[in-house]
Every structure is written in C-alpha cells, then in structure tokens.
Design a protein around this ligand. Structure first.
Ligand code: AMP
Ligand code: GLY
Length: 420
C-alpha cells in the first residue's frame, strides 16, 4: 500500500513512523512534512489550503490511501477532493468536518443526539453580550465559533476578562460562544469511524496550558499520556455508547456521515462524561502517545475506516504499559515563536518532529511554535515519564521550553473524577 500523509506536525510524524512498521506499506510520502518525517517518508510539497492540489498530488504519487492530519484541509474539503479522484481517504468530508469547524454545528448535532455537553449560547451582537454574560458564571468560558488551533478559548473567573475576550472576537467579526463551565478532569477519546462503525483507541489526556501546574495561556497542547489509569471501569464503552455512536448515527442521518478519526474532548464531571468539543482528526500531542502503544498495523486499519469495513477488522492490539509525550516548544510560544534556531539531538529514538526543517547546510532548525514531541514508554507512567524526560534532556534548542509535570499527578494517583 502506498501511504500518503498530509500535514507537517509531530502527529503526522507519529503516523509516518507507525506506517513505517507496517509490512503492508510499500511506500510512504508526507506532504509537506518536516525534517523528521523526511527521514522515513518521501517529502512532497503541497498547499494545505488547496483541496484540488492535495487530490492532484495523491493521483500523481499514485497513493492507495491518503491520511489527512490537520483540520484545515478537512474543513476546506480535501477529503472530498481525494475521494472524488477515486482514492481512499482517511478523513471526513467538509460537511462532516463541521463537527470541529463550527462549534454551533457541533452543539446542534449533540442536542439532536441527546449527548451531554455544556449549555451554550452564541452571541454575534456586542449589544447582547452583557446580558448573555450575566446568564453564565461564576466561571466563564468564552470561545471563538470557528477554528482557533486550541487558542481561541478563555476560561476565567473574572467577568471583565471574559468580556474583553468576547469583544476582541466580535470586533474581528467572529461570533462568540459562551458555555457553562464543566468541572472535572479532561480526557481525549479518539475513535476510528467508517461512517457507521466506531472503534475506540486508548483514552489519553492532553495538557493544554503552557506552564507547569496548568498555569498560563492555552496552547495547542504541551504534552499527553495514555492510557488513563484513573477513569471509571467501563469508561470507553460507556462513552462510545452514550456519546460517540449517537453522534455518528446522527451525522449519518444528516447526509454528513463521518469517516476518519472522531476525537471527543471530554470533561469527567460528577454527572458523568460531558463533551467539551469534538475534533475531526487525530489530536496532537495525544496521538504521539497513543500510537506508541498500538501494535495493530496501522495502514490496514485506517484503510478499513476509509472504505467502510471497520466492522470486519479484528480487535485492536495494544502494548502493555504507558506512553508519555512531552512537547518542546520554541521561545515565545504560544505567542509568536522564535524560529531558525539549530536543534541538536533531534534524530534520537522517541523524538518526533513538528516545527522543524532542514537547512541547506544540513542542520535541523526550528520553524514553528511546537518544535518536537518527545515520547517515552514503560511498564507504568512513572517509567514512561522517566524515559520521555531523559530523552528531552538530550535535545537542545536555544530558548526552548517544556512542561516538567506531564502525567505527574496521574503517576502519583492524584487525578480523580468528582463524586456525584
Ligand atoms: P476547546 O478549544 O473547545 O477545546 O477548549 C480548549 C480548552 O478550554 C479545553 O481543553 C478545556 O480545558 C477548556 N474548556 C473549554 N470549554 C470548557 C468548558 N465548557 N468548561 C471547562 N473548560 C472548558
Ligand atoms: N490535543 C488538542 C488538539 O489536538 O486539538
């Protein structure tokens, strides 16, 4: 199978790495990729915002399966274009990708499917903002209705800060979503979906804030671990039955059947799991931890999801133990990152690349905010953490920062679901 991955993050490096271990895969390409993917996959150029260019590239390279990593090409219809060219594609149509691209659409589907989620209101008129804010709180959740790479959300106990963020979004012409605050630890559950059938992967947890102890602004994700030792028995089956399958069925009925990876961002509240958001693609950095434990060859699995045959697949096989991933970010991230600095030690085992490129003189340099995802595995979380951080200590990038507390509370048994 000729396996083409679209995207350039550490998530795509993890997909390429998994495909490189799959005996069914005869060739791998990654477009546009990064310095890390280029070691395993043929680097191809492409404009991620141009669906027809992605489809043309897939035809030219004679791809048997195209796996689309990021949300932007999915929301703009890249999967539709690839399928129209007669090539199997892992990723939802533009219609189905609205589950991530429009929070208002996601809420509508969830309401119709009877799925538990935060109460929300859309505000598009600044004159209605204060009255709407008064209906929420004492913790306010203010979101951009469109795609914002995880950075459009402010969660605050300060109504002035909530108002300021909402006005800033409204000034930019973006409708604002206000939501009730969901208390409880967060979990990410990734499910392979072929339109109807749902196959869940191991649950993971992401660390969204930039600093240790969940301090500072939200980012795209600073680290992750899998699986989750602290979730209640039957958690995954329960979420599939009560949340994922109803949403998948509802989407199929609306002519926006979902094919690809449906990612539920959940809060485990005292009232049970509730949806914070859906994403229409593998999460980054959770994928780097989850795929480190997957033993089932990946290409056949993603191909089955792309072609409606997931129900015929044998059960997934997983390695025992845990995986931890730590993101190494550039100076300035999540604001404007410094780029162009030389990275050393980036070619070691467990080091996945995101914002990196190879300079003409051969040096690997930073080219984005999240630069590397460093993965460790082990028989338990403590061992996986130790391996990940030992590997982080061997890479160097001037001014880089990373969180030192990824998975530490879970490893100590300090994470729990609030009692009803
Ligand atoms: P989103 O972009 O919707 O994933 O939100 C980013 C982060 O903001 C989430 O991972 C949560 O940590 C937080 N968040 C979003 N919505 C809520 C909510 N309703 N209640 C509590 N936290 C939230
Ligand atoms: N892990 C957060 C995201 O992929 O959106």
């Amino acid at each position: 199978m000729r396996f083409l991955v679209i995207g350039s993050g550490a998530r795509e490096h993890a997909l390429v790495l998994a495909a490189s271990h799959d005996p069914a895969v005869t060739a791998i390409a990654c477009a546009p990729g990064n310095a890390g993917t280029a070691a395993l996959a043929e680097p191809l150029g492409v404009d991620l915002t141009d669906p027809s260019a992605i489809a043309a590239l897939a035809e030219q390279w004679r791809a048997d399966l195209v796996v689309i990593g990021p949300e932007v090409p999915l929301v703009t219809g890249a999967a539709d274009a690839v399928r129209k060219a007669g090539i199997a594609c892992f990723g939802p149509s533009a219609a189905a990708a609205r589950i991530e691209g429009s929070k208002a659409f996601a809420k509508e589907v969830m309401t119709a499917a009877g799925v538990a989620t935060a109460h929300s209101e859309v505000v598009d008129n600044p004159a209605h903002l204060d009255a709407a804010l008064a209906r929420f709180g004492p913790t306010w959740v203010v979101k951009d209705d469109g795609l914002a790479a995880g950075k459009g959300v402010v969660v605050t106990t300060d109504v002035e800060q909530a108002r300021k963020h909402a006005l800033m979004l409204l000034d930019g012409g973006h409708p604002v979503v206000l939501e009730s605050f969901l208390d409880g630890p967060e979990a990410s559950l990734f499910c392979l979906v072929d339109g109807r059938t749902v196959v869940p992967l191991l649950p993971a947890q992401d660390f969204k804030r930039v600093g240790d102890g969940d301090s500072g602004p939200n980012t795209g994700g600073m680290g992750a671990y899998a699986p989750l030792s602290w979730v209640p028995d039957g958690f995954v089956g329960d979420v599939v039955e009560r949340i994922i399958q109803p949403v998948v069925d509802e989407m199929a009925e609306r002519d926006s059947a979902f094919t690809g990876l449906l990612y539920a961002g959940l809060a485990l509240t005292s009232d049970g799991p509730q949806v914070i958001e859906f994403n229409c693609r593998f999460g980054d950095p959770e994928t780097q931890a989850v795929l480190a434990l997957l033993r089932t060859p990946i290409a056949g699995l993603l191909h089955a999801a792309a072609t409606g045959t997931l129900a015929e697949q044998p059960s997934l096989e997983w390695a025992d133990g845990s995986a931890v991933t730590v993101v190494v970010a550039a100076d300035g991230y999540p604001g404007k990152p410094l780029v162009g600095d030389v990275i050393t030690g980036g070619e070691a085992e467990g080091v996945l690349h995101a914002g990196t490129r190879r300079r003409e003189d051969g040096a690997v340099v930073s080219s984005g905010g999240r630069v590397l995802s460093v993965v460790g595995t082990g028989p338990d979380l403590e061992a996986a953490r130790a391996e990940a951080y030992e590997r982080v200590s061997r890479v160097s990038l001037a001014g880089a920062h990373h969180r030192t507390d990824i998975a530490v509370r879970a490893a100590r048994g300090e994470v729990s679901v609030p009692e009803a």
